[in-house]
Each structure stands twice: as C-alpha cells, then as structure tokens.
Design a binder for this molecule. Sequence first.
Ligand code: HEM
Length: 125
Amino acid sequence: MNNYSTIFEAVGGVEGIRKIVEAFYPKVLKNPLIGPLFPADIDPVMERQTLFLSQFFGGPSLYSDQHGHPMMRARHLPFPITPERAEAWLGCMRAALAETDLPDELQELILVRLSGPAHHFINQP
Ligand code: HEM
C-alpha cells in the first residue's frame, strides 16, 4: 500500500481491478468445485464483479450506483456455498493475483480482505 490510502488506488483503480477480475474468472470456470455454479456467458459477471470490487476496496460506489445495496450474502444464497467452495474461490483469487505484478504484501492484503466475505457467504455444511 505504501503511499496509497486504499487498495483501489494501490492496484491502479478500475483498470487494475479489471485485470485481476479477468485473470480470476477463467480459473473459476475451470475449477470443478465452483465452475459449474457460473453461467457460460461470464462477461456480465465479470462486469458486476469489477464494479463491486472497486467499491469494496475503497473506490467510488460503482456497484451500488447501478445495482443498489450490495447485500452480497443474500445475492449468494441461491448458490450452495460450502467451506470447500469458499476455499476454492479464494484459491482462484490467489492464483489470479500471482499473475499480476502487484507487490506480494498487497496480494496478501487483498486475500485477507476477501477471506472474511468468502467465509461469510458459506450457506451449506
Ligand atoms: C465463497 C465462494 C463464492 C462462490 C462459490 C461464489 C459464487 C458466485 C456465483 C455463482 C455468482 C452468480 C453468477 C451469476 O450467475 O450471475 C456470484 C456472483 C457474484 N459474486 Fe460471488 N461467490 C463467492 C464469493 C464471493 C466473494 C468473496 C465476493 C466478493 C467479496 C463475491 C462477489 C460476487 C459479485 C459482486 C457477484 C455479482 C453479483 C450480482 O449479481 O450483482 N463472491 N458469485
């Protein structure tokens, strides 16, 4: 983070978030535990995730402006999210971040910040 006050700024704003998202979803789709939960047409999901993570990491409220209150746990209730699926999601994010040139400490910080919500979204044993 160094001189940046938000993760959003540290990754390079919306374009930096978009790069992470574009590295992330191909891994998600290939993952046997979580890939089948997602639609084949992943572009709209990537767009909403870019808006959401921009907002989540301290940038402008792009997601709420277009889609209302995030209510992310509620939005995930239609999907059976087990502890194994939460770990798979975080594993794909770890691998996506490793493909970027972001500093290791920033990658770790992003994973720590996403780990809370990922575990909070578990809704199946
Ligand atoms: C814990 C494991 C997770 C699984 C298995 C999972 C799975 C899914 C699925 C299946 C969708 C719906 C795709 C669609 O048909 O539109 C979705 C949407 C989404 N997920 Fe997750 N997700 C997980 C964790 C997370 C986390 C940690 C975040 C961010 C903190 C997140 C953010 C989003 C967003 C922003 C959307 C789009 C919501 C919308 O429709 O507006 N997800 N996720």
